[in-house]
Design a protein around this ligand. Structure first.
Ligand SMILES: [Fe+2]
Length: 336
């Protein structure tokens, strides 16, 4: 991939930043950005998964003219809004299907010292161009494929059990959920099928558009400490509780969730819950949870950290600590 980009851009390419890590850390990125300062970059082409795209979003902010990178890092850690609208132009080329980061104005950046997740957010962060080519996803490892598909499923659902939804986000979210339900089992048996990969990439795109309006909600809020403390990949961490969360949110349904059930051609929400459980089963969720040591013992002490401001308050039904604990128990007991 790097060779292809080099070949296409020739001497217009100032260099390649290939030090991207999963769950990029603000301190490492700040350090890394010093190498690029003063190089007179006109823009960047970000090729990779969610972490690569989020890394590029951070760099396009701190490398823009007139921006103080230390101030950006300080504001990010303090939860203050980004104080600049000046960013480098960015072309996003996702090589995974799931985060939808190519069409969102958010970048998820972590602080590895405190193990906390932070969100860089500003309208200026929408990539200028998103190029989606499903062929780039054909040889992804199964865990990355599954995690991405489940992230798109979770984001689609989270845009619907959300206080900030509208007709447009509901339509995008519903289509994303439908595409993942149809395509996730197929991609596991036919990972090289470009049609199936296309549908998953569309799901990722549509879910990304939906959450760019609504942001995410309780599933994502609950996921962050599980990823930070236990290393469970994002898409797995934000989806193992989806069947329980559907039931929890049905009690506060304002019509969007029953609309989703009807649009999917299902008789009732219990049928959707069964489909979600089936997705987790075919994805091998129990095995992933066991591999990363995710069980009641390891996660119940994290309940207090699962209330992420700016996420949990988007959720249709407001949870208490006891609710989150019950949701966690139900989700993990179902798989043990
Ligand atoms: Fe997500």
């Amino acid at each position: 991939m790097v060779d292809r980009v080099r070949g296409l851009l020739g001497d217009r390419l100032a260099g390649v930043e290939d030090s991207v890590t999963p769950n990029p850390c603000v301190h490492a990125l700040r350090e890394r950005s010093r190498l690029w300062a003063g190089k007179g970059l006109d823009g960047m082409v970000a090729v990779g998964g969610g972490s690569a795209l989020d890394t590029a979003k951070f760099l396009r902010v701190v490398l823009a003219e007139g921006v103080d990178p230390d101030q950006v890092a300080t504001d990010l850690l303090a939860g203050r809004p980004l104080g600049t609208s000046s960013v480098l132009p960015m072309v996003a080329v996702p090589t995974t299907a799931g985060t939808g980061s190519e069409v969102t104005p958010f970048a998820t950046i972590w602080d590895s010292r405190t193990r906390k997740k932070h969100s860089l957010t500003a309208p200026a962060l929408f990539p200028d161009v998103a190029l989606l080519d499903p062929r780039l996803t054909l040889d992804l490892p199964e865990e990355v494929t599954v995690s991405g598909a489940l992230d798109a499923l979770s984001q689609g659902l989270e845009s619907i059990w959300n206080r900030h939804g509208d007709a447009v986000s509901a339509s995008h979210g519903t289509q994303a959920v439908r595409l993942v339900l149809e395509s996730l089992p197929s991609v596991l048996t036919a990972p090289g099928d470009v049609e199936v990969r296309t549908r998953l990439m569309e799901a990722s795109l549509l879910a990304g558009l939906a959450i760019s309006q609504t942001r995410t909600a309780l599933a994502h809020s609950m996921s962050y400490p599980v990823t930070a403390r236990l290393g469970l990949p994002h898409g797995l961490a934000c989806s193992f509780m989806l069947p329980a969360l559907l039931e929890f949110n049905m009690a506060a349904d304002d019509g969007e969730l029953s609309g989703l059930v009807a649009a999917l051609g299902l008789p009732d929400w219990q049928a959707l819950q069964s489909r979600l459980s089936e997705m987790l089963r075919v994805s091998g969720m129990s095995g992933y949870l066991a591999r990363y040591g995710v069980d009641a013992n390891s996660t119940l002490p994290l309940v207090g950290e699962m209330f992420t401001p700016g996420r949990v308050d988007n959720n249709l039904r407001t949870p208490t600590l006891d609710d989150v604990e019950a949701l966690l128990r139900k989700s993990l007991e179902a798989r043990e």
